[in-house]
Design a protein around this ligand. Structure first.
Ligand code: ADP
Length: 259
């Protein structure tokens, strides 16, 4: 990474935020944003003051998943008021940009956007700020790790080897940058047939558990491939806001992470 992790850069950590939790993945499309939004909602339902920062600058999906589309306002022209949905305060670069346009930004601009979303947004007093990172190990992850000093990171992966290969790199990055690894989440772990109850391991069985064990990390949850999860995400009402088995799994995950 070419720079000492604690190398003298100034802090961009919001003052009222008790803990910052990074949700990361090696690859895109593994359900990182889905987990981030559902975990945020589950923590809010458990009575925590929760913020969700969508830092997936190239593919911001939180506005859609959390069901918000309004442009955030800035009453004093300097500080930005975050939006609120499902008991969570929310900011996404996607709310400031034209959703149909691609973002072609270089590293310094990405870092500037992250810095602004942390320092110019009125997050207020929060127990947890969840940061939905872009996939991989780029500038945004590096800046967040070095300058906001997250209290922990969780890695979301699907069970296939190709996803795990990249997840390993992301974990190595956090470890190198002194961000504590809280554990892994296996998403799309299995599919349970709604008719007969049979569990099919579409992407293989136990890949993330085995990897977590090898690295001495906790497997925090194994979440199914679930139609409701996808529909709820698309509809802007995360499945964790409901009452089903997956909502309960997210409640369990929230309880495990914040005691
Ligand atoms: P990432 O943030 O890793 O790119 P997303 O959270 O955007 O991934 O998820 C990609 C797609 O997969 C979305 O359409 C989402 O609704 C769907 N998805 C994520 N997790 C699940 C799941 N457990 N079951 C079914 N669909 C899922």
């Amino acid at each position: 990474l070419g720079q000492h992790p604690k190398g003298g850069t100034s802090s961009i950590r919001p003052a009222g935020v008790a803990s910052i939790l990074a949700v990361a993945s090696g690859k895109g499309g593994v359900g990182k944003s889905t987990v981030a939004s559902n975990l945020a909602v589950a923590l809010a339902r458990a009575g925590r003051r929760v913020g969700l920062l969508d830092a997936d600058i190239h593919g911001p999906s939180q506005p859609r998943m959390m069901g918000v589309s309004a442009r955030p306002t800035s009453p004093d022209g300097q500080r930005i008021t975050p939006l609120a949905a499902h008991g969570v305060v929310l900011m996404s670069i996607g709310l400031m940009l034209d959703p149909a346009k691609s973002v072609i930004w270089r590293g310094p601009m990405l870092m500037g956007a992250l810095q602004q979303m942390l320092t110019q947004v009125d997050w207020g007093a929060l127990d947890v700020l969840i940061v939905d990172l872009p996939p991989g190990t780029g500038d945004v992850q590096l800046t967040l790790s070095q300058r906001a000093r997250p209290d922990g990171a969780i890695i979301v992966s699907t069970p296939q080897d190709v996803a795990l290969l990249d997840a390993r790199k992301a974990m190595d990055m956090f470890t190198t940058l002194d961000v504590p690894m809280l554990g892994m989440i296996e998403n799309m772990s299995y599919f349970q047939c709604p008719d007969c109850g049979h569990e099919a391991h579409i992407f293989g069985h136990g890949g993330v558990r085995a990897e977590a064990e090898k690295l001495g990390l906790a497997l925090l949850a194994a979440l199914p491939i679930d139609l409701e999860t996808r529909l709820a995400g698309d509809a802007g009402r995360p499945v964790a806001a409901g009452e089903g088995a997956v909502a309960q799994a997210y409640a369990g995950l929230a309880a495990r992470l914040v005691r």
